[in-house]
Design a protein around this ligand. Sequence first.
Ligand SMILES: [Zn+2]
Length: 372
Amino acid sequence: MSLLIQALRYHGQQDVRVEYVEAQPCRKDDVRVKIAYCGICGSDVHEYLGGPIFPPPPGQKNPHTGVQLPVIMGHEMSGTIVEVGSSITEFKIGQNVAINPSMDDRHHGNVECSICQSGRPHLCKSWACYGLSAHGGGLADEIVVKPFNCIPVPEGVSLKVAALAEPLAVASHLIRISGFYPGHDVVILGAGPIGLALLLLLKVKGARKIIISEVTESRSRQAERFGADMVVNPLAETSDEAGSENLVLNAAQSIMGDGADIAFDATGIQSTLDTALLVVKPGGVVFNVAIHEKPLLINPNSFSFKEVKLMGGICYTNEDFEDVLEYLASGKLAAEDMITSIVPLEKVVQNGFLELINNKAGHVKILIQPSK
Ligand SMILES: [Zn+2]
């Protein structure tokens, strides 16, 4: 008889269930990790409300992993290694790890493609993800992964904070590929979890001035606490009766001179894209962080006339996990304040998913803790 574990499984829109499922076998090149904490991502909430986006459609299999609904959710996890396969030499039982949930050619037994070989396995055409499209996820008692999914947690970093490594790695990766240099001025449009993670990391990485644009009061306060130089509500009333004044632009002109070196759009609506193009200085970068539900309008003149680069990015590599874990170990990155609630796995639906839907502005990151 095989062992049963508790896990949250996605059956479809507004149908996620805590259930007992069979534990995966730990084969010779696998590692079994007992989950300590797993965060709920905004994308998990999107799957709940409007999915499946990343899990396979009903009745179909993921072409790379063969998995079909229901799938175990959760991809922001930390834990402790409890079993290693016979060919594993780089990890030992008892080691604490953060998990990079990305899967690529290596997981499917394929020859690594040119994209994987170029150091971008997160863009592999065979990409899949634990917690969305694989046989296992972090909202469970345990998970079986490959050793290259595991990043050792340095001494002095708790497993609780290590569960933030994934969202922080997203931010760290986007900053790394954006062309950011210490001394740059940055505008961030939106203070959700990734906007705040960008803010925390940009401060550690040496940004000169950071302006946050955010409409909700509670998130604005969080951005202030996390050290933004200015927090602007773009919808605040102004003396300009025509309503044509852009308050974020005013702020950028007041403390950044010629504008921002980089504008990160972490909201993804027409007005935030327009504002990003407005506040960026000539030669700067407008960086799309948001996931869009529909296309936006853009006049290419707006990047031609200022020689602005328009770019985007997604996910991370193991290097990004290593970077943020090092920052966390150094004590410079005070990310623990991102955790607004810790909830047992049994209550993940009511106090996790539904709480993030009904009280979104009250939270940055909810962590889920398995019972065992
Ligand atoms: Zn590949």
